[in-house]
Structure formats: C-alpha cells, structure tokens
Ligand binder design. Structure first.
Ligand code: CP3
Length: 343
C-alpha cells in the first residue's frame, strides 16, 4: 500500500476505475525539453544521473509542463551496468556503447552482482528528493535482460543484432547465464527503487520484438518472468514494455506484469484480445504523429481513446519514447485532451 493507491495511474494499473484516464509519456524528460540542456551540462547523461539534485530536477521538468499522472525517474537502462564497471557508456548522439563487447564465458567475470546501497546510492538519494517534491506517483525502471544483452554483445546500437542472435543460438548455456545475471541486476535495482519510494516500475524490453515467438519463449521469457515474480511481493504495479511485440503480447501478459505497453503498430482492441483482459494496457500513439499539425494529433488521440471505449485498465502513452524533435506544447495539449475525455 502506498500513498498513491487512489491515484489514477495506480488504479488504472490495477484495472480499477480511475476518476480520469491517466497519461504519461515514455522519455518525457530529456532532450525534447529546452530546459534540460542547461541542467545536464556539458557532460554525458551519466554525469547528470549521478548528481541527485540534477537528476531530480530533470525528472521534475516535464511534470511542470504537462498535466501527467506520473513522473519517471531520470536515469537510463544501462546505469546499473555502468555502475558495476562492466565497461559500458553512453556516447552522445549514438547511445549505449561498449568497447569490449560481451562475447565469451570470460566476460561473465565483468558482470559482478549489483549492490544498490553503494553502486546506486545516487539513485536512492534522487528518489528521496523526488518523493518529497512530487504529488504524483514516481515510476522507476530497469532494462530487461534481452535488451541490455543486445547493447553488451553488439557494443553499440544495432539494426540487425547479428552478434546477439549468434550468441543466443550457438551458445545457449552462456546466453542463459548472461541473462540470469542481468535479471539479478534488474531485480536488485528495481527493489532498491521501490524501497526508496517508487510507486510503480517499468521493465523495458524495447528490442524483444525482433524475435520469433518461439525463440522469445525459450531465450527471453524465463528471465523477464523471474524479474517480475521477484517484484510481485513489493505490491507496486509492474509495467512491461517492448516494441514490435504484436506476436508477443500474450507472452508479455503471461510474464507477470500488471500493465503491458503496446506500440503503435498494434490496435488496442487486438492487444486486448491477445492479452485476454488479464492485464491493463498502456499506449499507443505513434510518437512520429506528434510532429503533425494539432488537428491530426487530436484526431489520432481521440481515435485511440474511442477504441479503448472507457475500458478500465488503460493508461494513455505514446507507443514508444518521445522523440527529441517533439514540440513540448503538443505533449501538453495531448495530456489535457486525455484528461478531458468523456467529461
Ligand atoms: O523516460 C524518461 O523520461 C526517463 C529517462 C530515460 C532515458 N533512457 C534517458 C536518456 C529512460 C526511461 C531511458 C530508457 C532507455 N535507454 C531505453 C528503453 C526505452 C526505449 O526508448 O526503448 C533504451 C533502449 C535506452 C538506451 C539508450 N540510452 C538510447 C537508445 C539512447 C539514445 C541515444 C541518442 O543519443 O540518440 C540513450 C541515451 C539517453 N537516455 C538520452 C536520454 C535523455 C539521450 C542522451 C542525452 O540527452 O544526454
């Protein structure tokens, strides 16, 4: 039980009937906001994340502009791997990069267990500042083993993920050891975020949709399931998101989350059928549509809200993160429109 049990976000996540449809935006903080850059400074995002006052300020920035129903901690999915010195970084303009990619059994030694109280002390302090300041729930998050493994194995963002698939299929035992260690890291990081005051957590498996459902079942599902099972007793709603997951939504719902994120390629009604109403849904405006004139955006938002047809267990969001070129005024108008729906 938390102070936000009766907030629209938490109620919708539990498939209860909220007073209005809740809305937040994945990647609502960061590069789409002009006020982000002076706070981040000249360093990389990881430098800003390490300083609690700066990370807290960047987390709060979108909540001042938009009438959103949640804040999301300003961090990155690679933060825990960086904190244990695996040798991964964020290169501006590229994304996560790894000079010595994970390729063999020996590399497991670079993956020591995470001790959040020392490795992620800055994250604890950031959340403490935020829980004082915020009047809406704070969402914590972690990267799921598959998506983290793609960055560790490829060494940089990849379109084909050849190296990841090659390791997965040719060395399944090593693959499972890697994912098991990554699951333990995600569990430790998420438990620490919840203990510090996060009211919900989201497990990002952004790239899992590149897999055939049978391969997902064998190589990915058990590890995501382990993470979600470990967090169940915390009592906070668990969100699980990926892109290109149309054929995986049933398994995403089975893995143990309360809320499953849907990208814009799958109609909400199809997602409801595939998940058989077992979970709440979150999504799914195409983030690119935010670059269109307002009447186009308005029509699309209304189409999605009408498609949901006031089914409880629904949280409005984009189908993937806010793009850096998005005009913040459009997001502000979307939040307002979602809140006024049906009233
Ligand atoms: O949502 C939020 O507002 C919280 C902040 C957040 C960041 N990364 C900040 C960030 C969150 C939730 C993430 C998650 C994340 N990081 C994911 C999963 C979500 C998704 O979009 O699929 C992934 C795959 C990453 C890995 C990553 N980190 C990428 C692909 C990039 C972008 C590289 C680039 O420059 O285009 C990053 C860097 C990053 N993470 C930035 C921000 C604001 C940009 C760097 C900067 O502005 O300093």
């Amino acid at each position: 039980m938390t102070q936000y049990d009766s907030s629209p976000l938490i109620q919708a996540a539990r498939q209860q009937k909220p007073s209005h449809i809740p809305v937040w935006f994945m990647r609502q903080a960061g590069r789409s906001l002009p006020e982000y850059f002076p706070v981040r400074g000249d360093g990389t995002i990881l430098n800003a994340i390490q300083v609690p006052e700066r990370a807290a300020e960047i987390t709060l920035q979108p909540t001042r502009r938009y009438d959103v129903d949640a804040a999301i901690l300003f961090s990155d999915i690679i933060t825990p791997l960086w904190a244990i010195d695996f040798g991964i970084d964020i290169t501006p303009g590229i994304g996560p990069t790894c000079e010595k990619p994970f390729r063999s059994e020996d590399d497991l030694q670079r993956l020591r267990p995470l001790d959040p109280s020392s490795d992620l002390a800055f994250q604890h302090d950031t959340i403490k500042i935020l829980t004082e300041e915020l009047t809406i729930p704070l969402i914590g998050f972690a990267g799921a083993p598959f998506t983290l493994a793609t960055y560790m194995i490829e060494g940089k963002p990849s379109k084909t993920h050849h190296n990841t698939k090659s390791l997965m299929f040719s060395e399944p035992a090593l693959w499972h050891k890697l994912c098991d260690a990554l699951a333990d890291i995600a569990i430790a990081s998420l438990q620490a975020q919840i203990e510090a005051g996060a009211s919900a957590v989201q497990l990002f498996d952004s790239w899992a949709g590149i897999l055939h459902p049978q391969h997902y079942r064998e190589f990915v599902f058990p590890h995501s399931q382990k993470i979600l099972a470990a967090l169940k007793s915390s009592g906070v709603p668990l969100f699980h998101f990926g892109t290109n997951t149309a054929e995986l939504l049933d398994q995403f719902a089975d893995a143990g989350a309360d809320v499953v994120g849907v990208d814009w390629r799958t109609p909400l009604s199809a997602a409801r059928q595939r998940t058989n109403n077992r979970v709440a849904l979150q999504g799914n405006l195409d983030p690119s549509i935010c670059h269109s004139p307002w009447p186009v955006v308005e029509q699309e938002v209304k189409r999605i809200l009408n498609e949901n047809d006031n089914t409880p267990g629904y949280i409005f969001n984009l189908g993937h993160g806010v793009q850096p070129t998005t005009n913040p005024d459009i997001l502000a108008a979307i939040a307002k429109l979602v809140h006024s729906y049906g009233s």
